[in-house]
Design a protein around this ligand. Structure first.
Ligand code: SF4
Ligand code: SF4
Length: 204
């Protein structure tokens, strides 16, 4: 399920994400936590940059912090996993129309990237992850995740998606004893979405 709002924080300074990472350590101290989020939203002019109202901005930033905190908590366990998969969102393909030469195979289920564009982030991420030994899936939606996890016994999964989609898959992963790490989208909207390749490389 996508967010009910669209956002683009892909041009936000890196320092903002450093603050997000720091805030994730502070989780549990609710008042400090909420104040920290509001301070970050003000300092980095997130509302002006995204056009979000304060409520939606809070939801977005709180999700980023929560997911980062889960990444930190799960990191040690994830690093011990051997059989891993990367789930990429189809919305980050360079093209969403016939110019994308990927073919969807419903039996897997996944798009198979035909590598038509060297500057396509999905193509780049696929190559990097495969070199690191990951199985890679390019998914049209989170509903594909259960089918893949039931037919393969992955120990670790890295998922790139918007925060809402990631949160929906976390319970499933934990119920199947799969350790997850996530890379949230920095621009949503279900087409031409953006994630940070460097963050993905570090996470893999
Ligand atoms: S590089 Fe792959 S995913 Fe990207 S547009 Fe081309 S076929 Fe589609
Ligand atoms: S932005 Fe991408 S990951 Fe999020 S709901 Fe839309 S298609 Fe799925």
């Amino acid at each position: 399920m996508p967010y009910k709002f669209t956002f683009d924080i892909s041009k936000t300074p890196r320092k903002f994400f450093t603050e997000i990472a720091l805030a994730s350590y502070q989780r549990g101290v609710h008042k400090v936590f909420l104040n920290t989020i509001k301070d970050s939203i003000d300092k980095f002019k997130i509302q002006e940059a995204t056009g979000l109202n304060i409520q939606d901005a809070l939801v977005l930033i709180q999700d980023l912090i929560d997911l980062q905190a889960i990444n930190l908590m799960q990191r040690g366990k994830f690093l011990k996993t051997k059989k891993r998969a990367l789930f990429l969102p189809h919305c980050s393909r360079k093209y969403m129309d016939g110019r994308c030469k990927a073919v969807f195979d419903a039996n897997i289920p996944s798009y198979i990237c035909a590598q038509c564009s060297p500057d396509c982030d999905v193509n780049k991420a696929t190559k990097i992850a495969k070199k690191k030994g990951y199985d890679v899936y390019i998914l049209p939606g989170g509903s594909c995740v259960p089918k893949i996890l039931k037919s393969h016994r992955y120990e670790g999964v890295v998922g790139v998606a918007c925060g809402e989609e990631v949160k929906m898959s976390l319970d499933l992963l934990s119920s199947m004893n799969v350790t997850g790490q996530s890379v949230p989208l920095l621009k949503n909207g279900c087409s031409n979405t953006v994630f940070n390749i460097e963050t993905l490389v570090k996470t893999l």
